[in-house]
Design a protein around this ligand. Structure first.
Ligand SMILES: [Zn+2]
Ligand SMILES: [Zn+2]
Ligand SMILES: [Zn+2]
Ligand SMILES: [Zn+2]
Length: 216
């Protein structure tokens, strides 16, 4: 009888410990900040009609519709999505570089861009031409780009940006469901650094959250 009693208490105890751990794990998962794995490619958004003259990053053809990555802004014809995922890296969320480098996108410059080196209009030829940096938004001519320093200061909105070399990611989850989460963010040591963090729910409501995240 005594033996049975001890066993029962033991089973209850083990069960309680198990449940507590499970709850803690679920709660922890609730608080983690998921991060995209940029090595897996871009976050494509199908665009029915591009608002400005657009050229495919792979074929260099003029395109009216296609796919655009809403992280780094590259545009391709629908059929070159896979190729673009392999050929062009998307905007890094985290990096181990000591300093930030420009991340140049070839062509499809914002309208009325000016070259940082010579000051002339840039990206206005009817073809995939010139470069702009997804971090600092500076534009540069193909002929001028070798005069530019490698380091990027993140441009005029730098105080609102979390530099990728301040972000550490961590791979978590069980096999087959591994994913990155943000492990830590350190201060970049910038004056008046005040990062703008936008949180929106992509799935609920009428999808305005998704639209807003694309605009940002
Ligand atoms: Zn098409
Ligand atoms: Zn991208
Ligand atoms: Zn830059
Ligand atoms: Zn120039």
């Amino acid at each position: 009888m005594m033996f049975f009693y001890v066993t029962a208490v033991g089973v209850v105890f083990v069960f309680t410990v198990f449940i507590t751990r499970l709850c803690r794990k679920l709660r922890q998962r609730h608080y983690e900040i998921p991060a995209r794995d940029v090595s897996k490619g871009h976050r494509w958004c199908m665009t029915d009609i591009f608002p400005q003259p657009t050229y495919c990053a792979i074929s260099e053809n003029h395109i009216l519709h296609g796919a655009m990555c809403d992280y780094c802004g590259i545009c391709v014809e629908d059929r070159y999505i896979r190729q673009a995922d392999q050929k062009f890296r998307c905007k890094d969320l985290a990096s181990k570089c000591e300093y930030q480098k420009h991340h140049w996108i070839h062509g499809n410059l914002p309208l009325s861009s000016q070259c940082v080196i010579c000051g002339d209009d840039c990206g206005n030829l009817p073809q995939l031409c010139d470069y702009w940096c997804v971090w600092c938004n500076r534009a540069v001519h193909e002929k001028c780009c070798n005069q530019l320093p490698d380091a990027c200061d993140l441009g005029k909105y730098r105080q609102y940006i979390i530099p990728p070399n301040c972000v550490r990611l961590k791979l978590v989850g069980i096999k087959g469901r591994r994913h990155f989460i943000v492990e830590s963010v350190k201060e970049p040591g910038m004056v008046n650094w005040n990062p703008l963090i936008v949180i929106a729910n992509r799935k609920s409501g009428n999808g305005d959250g998704e639209v807003m995240l694309q605009v940002v």
